[in-house]
Design a binder for this molecule. Structure first.
Ligand code: 4AD
Ligand code: MG
Length: 467
């Protein structure tokens, strides 16, 4: 028989007879008259209190086995809890069956506080802790919020390839994908020069895991108008930081006829909307984070949801940052790309609200960003938020064929591989823009969790691909 979820029970507000709940025991304590156990089934942050008393059933064989982590099915009556209890309802058990026992001596998830570092080594069990279960529920709701935002605003959800032969960011930080058998290096096909001959590989050329769906997304926006992708992306950058993963999920809207200002307005409205949605729909989980993870969380989320974001040209940002160089490890000067310390200074200390930083210098920009008339800045933008720094990166795209060809030459990109991308500028080119939101960074923002390794079930970072 399928159980009724604790979430449903607690929302119900009426007594119920002979219902069955199933889940995992969090704690048990015994008094003279009866035993109490806290049951959690993952459906909500809250546990259901189970009450076992001899007058309602014969529990002596099961009670000693109702230990932390054990999986059980319990049937009984849902009744109002005595006044002063933490919850309004409790389950007066009549029957209990153990599915799977759990030896508390060996169970890695103990009631006492365990460090985030330790829990990463038992990532298969950490979802059974309050914090990680809350994180996963918020993650699910946040993904849903993102899809509904775009659906409500006339965007089409498209799927761009995960295996690709192009390098969108031009940074060469790609993981190779190959069907060749590298366990026998001597048997690999070789060119006349002795290099590996990838024309004999599965796809007939070198291929990679995508770093971004943007280039393909642009082709779809220039047919459908407004699209977005929501998919996994991969970066082989050796950054061991609190905000970088080798595998992360990115949301990339792309819009025909949008210029940079429109792009920034969309980014602002989007982030505010999904932040509000999460606050509204995940209240108990967000409360947990505010209580145990980041005491300033609600304040930060209000700041992000309610403020008008500062729009700051890069050149003006340098004017603010340069006089503060003594505070920074990396010194700021015009032409230097912002490091996370600069980003956080602007959003946390200086403006104390989210900042849309735009018109970046060419040398800190990707090849596809539209060149401004000054010839030295591009129509790129980053959204900087407290605690994270860069949450979004986007731009108006270079839509002029000659300018794009010149840029690709500057970046030493072989145009032969990008004829399809250049075709967008040959046939019915229009101004268009888009951006990428890092899903895990958004998760860090809404949960207050300070390390990206803890906002995804199975993080992939340099030196770590367990599970
Ligand atoms: O700024 P990025 O590199 O921009 C792009 O990839 C563009 N093609 C997006 C577009 O215009 N369609 O990445 C976008 C966002 C960043 O702002 C950051 O939030 C996240 O993706 N991101 C990462 N998140 C986790 N780990 C990493 N290694 C990340 N690299 C980027
Ligand atoms: Mg960026």
């Amino acid at each position: 028989m399928l159980p009724i979820t604790i979430k449903k029970l607690l929302a119900g507000g009426s007594e119920l007879k002979d219902i069955t709940v199933k889940g995992w025991i969090r704690t048990r304590r015994d008094s003279k008259a009866c035993s109490f156990a806290e049951l959690n089934d993952g459906s909500a942050r809250e546990n259901l209190q189970l009450v076992f008393s001899a007058e309602n059933g014969e529990f002596s064989p099961v009670l000693p086995r109702l230990l932390t982590g054990a999986a059980v099915a319990v049937t009984g009556d849902l009744v109002a809890a005595p006044a002063g209890a933490r919850q309004k309802w409790e389950l007066r058990a009549k029957k209990a069956e153990i599915y799977g026992e759990c030896d508390p001596e060996k169970y890695p998830i103990q009631k006492k506080k365990t460090s985030d570092e330790f829990l990463r080594t038992v990532a298969h069990l950490r979802p059974r802790t309050n914090k990680y279960a809350s994180m996963l529920r918020v993650r699910s709701e946040l993904a849903f919020a993102i899809h509904s935002y775009f659906r409500d605003n006339g965007f089409f959800y498209v799927h761009t390839p995960i295996i690709t032969s192009s390098d969108c960011e031009g940074a060469g930080q790609m993981f190779s994908v190959s069907g060749l058998d590298f366990s026998d290096v001597a048997a690999l096909p070789k060119t006349g020069k002795g290099d590996i001959d990838f024309s004999k590989d599965f796809f007939g050329k070198k291929t990679y895991l995508t770093v971004s769906g943007q280039l393909e997304g642009e082709t779809l926006a220039l047919a459908l108008g407004k699209i977005y992708t929501f998919g996994p992306t991969f970066r082989a950058e050796n950054s061991n930081t609190y905000r970088h993963c080798a595998e992360f999920w990115m949301i990339e809207p792309e819009m025909a006829f949008y210029e940079l200002d429109d792009d920034m307005s969309l980014a602002e409205d989007f982030v505010k909307s999904i932040t509000r949605h999460t606050l509204e729909h995940c209240a108990p989980d967000i409360e947990l984070f505010a209580k145990f993870v980041d005491p300033a969380l609600l304040e930060t989320l209000k700041n992000v949801a309610d403020n008008v974001y500062e729009r700051l040209a890069y050149t003006d940002a340098v004017k603010i940052l340069e006089p503060n160089n003594s505070k920074f490890e990396a010194k700021m000067a015009w032409g230097v790309d912002l490091a996370s310390e600069h980003e956080r200074f602007l959003t946390e200390n200086y403006f104390k609200k989210p900042v849309l930083l735009y018109n970046k210098p060419c040398n800190a920009a990707a090849f596809y960003m539209k060149l401004n008339d000054d010839g030295r800045t591009v129509r790129g933008m980053d959204l900087l938020v407290p605690r994270i720094g860069e949450l979004i990166g986007g731009s108006e795209r270079e839509n002029r064929l000659d300018a794009l060809e010149k840029k690709m030459a500057d970046f030493k990109i072989n145009p032969e591989n990008y004829q399809w991308y250049l075709d967008l500028r040959r046939f019915g080119s229009v101004p268009h823009s888009g951006f990428g939101l890092g899903f895990e960074r958004m998760m860090m923002l809404v949960t207050g969790i300070s390390n990206i390794r803890d906002v995804t079930a199975y993080p992939r970072v340099p030196g770590w691909a367990e599970f």
